[in-house]
Design a protein around this ligand. Structure first.
Ligand code: SF4
Length: 492
């Protein structure tokens, strides 16, 4: 499978979700809390909110899901109309509270809180340099490295220049919400690898990983934060200023955000994720459609792909009928821990059950968004055949995952990836499908309406947009050309 952000069996696991807001005259805590609920699919390990009341920070950070991490007293204690929040899935650093975020620290330059989604590729180097200058670290995560670097720069520069210097120093993927005293900032890395958007609510502005978080608090999406851009929310919700601090020739948007990670109801880099997935499904039919009795999704995230695929098939007068053939047990969720392969195999049976009348005696096309280890796909093919399917053909709405991700996605190791050392034909045989086809990288770029060169496809090509030890680099973006253009624009 994987079957999307709420599954977590055989798939990549999400990174993190960030949010920040500055409001006119009400507490920021509750909108932040609701926004984190909307971003829960991006991280389930810990959740946290830090607010500022004009005098001091208030922080509540806990391990676990958003609903478990906060109670009414916690929210009531988070005073102030400015704040940031975070949900975490650990991709760098320990799995304990020391790395839970927002990360807070007080320096001579004031108080700082940081929420980070992404992964730096040069944090060890910067950590060593800062440690040599006397900075003491309390965690092994890369967010603290950003916090210390920024705090050091704030001793010598104003806020915007200090952020710019930090952006020049750190390399990798990062969408950040930052609070310096009570000023809330949003920063997106120069390659735009992770999403970040600006939204407007009645009495202020919000910055969040995905637009679904803004919808949840009755806000309106304004636009994406541009790659290399800093957004500064004015205090008391009065507006915001933007600064294009770093520019580079090409972006490296993570294509997997559209295929798998982001919510289908989010708009990312100008595209509604649901529509992109439907378009991927249509292209899957164009490239490798097969005329079977039924086409069915692996729920839930295969659904949009399957609906696009079925629509294209029907337009081509193929007799394929769209059907729901697998039912999901919604009560087996993230809290169901599956550390071993054996347990993961059993989990498939707990999670999905076939509808016999849809499957029995039929030829079936099963649509999924990706294959990581292949274990779950094999289980599902078996499940459908045991239920009487005559043939099971698997169609995947992304190219084969051949390499790990170093930019914030927990993708399994290279050895665990079934496509790292097998051809598509061999994978099809291993999972016992009657046929297997993936989508091409060209089709993915076309469905995203993007230039292939502006996407990161490291995990499906093995070529990354940054210098990573032992890996190929597909472009010269590891040391960006820095062209400061500090143009403040009100309500951009
Ligand atoms: S390697 Fe894959 S998952 Fe990681 S950022 Fe690039 S496209 Fe996204």
């Amino acid at each position: 499978m994987p079957t999307g952000p709420d599954e977590g069996f055989d798939g990549p696991t999400e990174k993190c979700g960030v949010v920040g807001t500055s409001l006119a005259d009400r507490s920021a805590a509750r909108p932040l809390y609701y926004s984190l609920y909307a971003l829960q699919h991006r991280g389930q390990e810990s959740a946290g909110i830090v607010t500022h009341d004009g005098f001091q920070q208030h922080s509540h950070v806990e391990m676990g899901l958003v609903g478990d991490a906060f109670d009414e007293d916690d929210i009531a204690g988070l005073n102030g109309s400015a704040g940031i929040g975070h949900v975490r899935y650990p991709t760098a650093g320990s799995v304990d509270k020391s790395c839970a975020q927002p990360f807070t620290v007080s320096f001579k330059s004031g108080s700082l809180a940081l929420s980070h989604n992404g992964n730096l590729v040069n944090s060890d180097e910067i950590r060593e340099e800062l440690a040599a200058q006397g900075h003491a670290f309390t965690s092994d995560g890369d967010t603290e490295v950003i916090a210390h670097d920024l705090a050091r720069n704030l001793l010598e520069e104003d806020l915007v220049r200090a952020v710019k210097r930090t952006m020049e120093r750190i390399h990798g993927s990062y969408s950040l919400t930052i609070m310096h005293d009570e000023t809330v900032l949003g920063v997106r890395d120069p390659a735009g690898n992770r999403p970040l958007v600006i939204g407007e609510v009645d009495d202020g502005y919000v910055i969040a990983s995905e637009s679904a978080a803004i919808d949840t608090i009755d806000g309106e999406l304004v636009r994406d934060v541009r790659p290399g851009e800093l957004v500064v929310l004015r205090p008391d919700g009065e507006g915001y200023d933007t600064y294009q601090l770093v520019e580079r020739e090409r972006t490296a948007h993570c294509f997997f955000e559209h295929v798998y990670f982001s919510r289908p109801d989010s708009v990312i880099d100008g595209g509604l994720v649901y529509e992109v997935r439907r378009e991927l499904g249509r292209k899957l039919w164009d490239e490798s459609g097969i005329d079977t009795d039924v086409v069915m999704p692996v729920p839930d995230s295969g659904r949009a792909f399957a609906s696009g695929y079925a629509e294209a098939a029907q337009e081509a007068d193929a007799g394929v009928e769209f059907a729901e053939g697998l039912m999901k047990n919604r009560y087996v969720g993230r809290t169901f821990i599956m550390p071993t392969q054996d347990e993961r195999e059993r989990a498939v049976r707990l999670k999905l059950n076939p509808i016999k009348s849809t499957v029995e005696g039929k030829t079936v096309t099963l649509i999924d968004d990706s294959i990581v280890r292949g274990t779950t796909s094999n289980q599902l093919v078996q499940l459908l055949k045991d239920c009487g399917a005559e043939e099971v053909h698997l169609r995947i709405g992304a190219p084969p995952i051949v390499a790990p991700c170093y930019l914030g996605i927990n993708m399994a190791t290279r050895e665990e990836l079934i496509a790292s050392d097998k051809t598509v034909e061999e994978i099809g045989e291993t999972i016992d499908a009657d046929s297997l086809q993936y989508l091409s990288t060209e089709a993915v770029a076309a469905a995203l309406d993007a230039d292939r060169a502006d996407l990161c496809m490291g995990c499906v090509t093995g070529e990354y947009p940054y210098d990573i030890e032992g890996e190929e680099t597909d472009r010269d973006v590891s040391r960006p050309v820095i062209e400061g253009s500090e143009t403040a624009s009100a309500d951009d």
